[in-house]
Design a protein around this ligand. Sequence first.
Ligand SMILES: Nc1ncnc2c1ncn2[C@@H]1O[C@H](COP(=O)(O)OP(=O)(O)OP(=O)(O)O)[C@@H](O)[C@H]1O
Ligand SMILES: [Mg+2]
Length: 368
Amino acid sequence: MPLVCLDISHVRNLSSVRFEPSPQVNVIIGENGSGKTSVLEAIHLLSFGRSFRSHKHKTYIQHETEHCLVFAQLHQDQGNPVPVGLQRHRDGQIEVRIQGQRAQSVVELAERLPVQLINPDAFRLLEGSPSVRRQFIDWGVFHFDSEFIRAWRGWQKALKQRNTLLRRGKISASLLAAFDQELIRLGEQVNTSRKAYVERLTPYFLKVLSLLNEDLKVSLQFFQGWDSQKSLEAAVVAGRERDIELGYTHTGPQRADLRVKAETGDALDTLSRGQQKLVVSALKIAQGQLLIDMGRPLVFLVDDLPAELDANHRQKLCRLLESLESQIFITSVGPDTTDFAWADTTDVRHFSMNNGELSLSSKGLQES
Ligand SMILES: Nc1ncnc2c1ncn2[C@@H]1O[C@H](COP(=O)(O)OP(=O)(O)OP(=O)(O)O)[C@@H](O)[C@H]1O
Ligand SMILES: [Mg+2]
């Protein structure tokens, strides 16, 4: 569901920014510190309820203001656009509204507005802890499999309870067994969904990567979090005594990972920074393409396009994004780095950002 119009108030240096983006390609150019990333941050907030730059909400609420607000109209194939809004208060309160009604949780926004981000921090997907890659998988499964969120929440709850018991100590393996049924049942469900998703994603990833760089040979391996030859039940039963010793559950879907391997070893140890960015971009675009093929359009945010990419790979990335037929927001410090020959049929809008003020640039005006 692309954004038909966007209204951002008090997010960092954006006091009040209101604009109508193109349903296809939007290029935002501006100097360092002008507010480009903040526009993407605001869109991300509207989808995830949190920033990609900081976990502390106070950092993105404009100084000396009480709250920030992001409001948008989301296009629907049939019917009028859907108004959605998110307000975040300095005291931490969060308010989400969809079609004038207060939503129960930000998950409702995420369902309506899937957003993918490619930014200079994207390397974290390769170099960060397995939890970053689990989040990546789970985002995809969440949009792919409507049953997943319920199983995931139940499993998380069971796991937390079990770990609390283990931390307190003095619990026997037989008592623990009584708590494990739900953990195993839901954990198996979470794992089955993740496995099916990674299987579905892999061919998409390989195709996208070959379009970005045909010489890069990278494979994906899903590690479920315990010995793949064993059921979760067998792993949990066999691990009980050790869990009691350690004081936490050491085996299960909470240890799952997505291993990204280059031909000669771990992708992180082998590939250059630019190649890593291509691999991460391919993973994210593959997730997007899979969603699009399911009839779920999404929004791509590409922050600081030129970072780590040479002109040839920038062009390839732009061509690929253009072919996705989704709504794209690209930021860059200079127009030369985004001067890609977009197809005549692509609706491209160029904006300039100056000190928190966004305007349709002359390039955009000439073309529109
Ligand atoms: N809470 C805040 N309130 C007001 N201004 C802020 C706040 N947090 C950051 N800023 C300022 O807002 C601006 C936002 O910068 P932003 O990161 O969006 O710029 P950018 O155009 O992406 O720059 P770059 O090209 O360096 O990435 C910066 O000038 C920063 O100092
Ligand atoms: Mg920036």
